[in-house]
Design a protein around this ligand. Sequence first.
Ligand code: HEM
Length: 128
Amino acid sequence: MDAVIDETLRLFPPLLFLNRVATEDYELKSTCITIKKDHVVHIPTYAMHRDPEYFADPQVFRPERFLSENIAHNPYTYIPWGAGPRNCLGTRLAQLEIKLALVNLVHRYVFHTIDVLLNHWSKVFPVI
Ligand code: HEM
């Protein structure tokens, strides 16, 4: 279940990007880039999560990529909870809440894949 949640948050991170403001000039080592004081830096979470350089077949929902034996990505290319000293304080609580919500949904409803639904509705409404 953890892998399903991780993969869902890879494809659909609620915060699409993070922002930081430089409090002083900061040179990024081994590059020619200096971030000037007061400049805003956008960290593109959504784009990084769907970059094929970091995740093979990035548009495909594949929870297995988050199983411990398969994790290959750099931890800073997967940041649905942020990273570093200002990362999400509520990560553990949110993960627990997501699991409780999923358990309730699976308990109360029957889920079908979209192809099963399309097959069903195309018989009910042949124009679909
Ligand atoms: C799916 C649910 C959630 C997601 C994806 C999420 C994501 C994030 C992210 C990405 C940040 C970092 C923002 C940044 O670096 O600028 C953050 C910060 C934070 N989150 Fe969450 N969050 C979630 C739920 C929660 C919950 C349930 C709580 C509290 C009960 C919470 C409390 C906080 C707090 C207090 C911060 C600020 C930490 C700081 O600035 O030091 N979050 N969250």
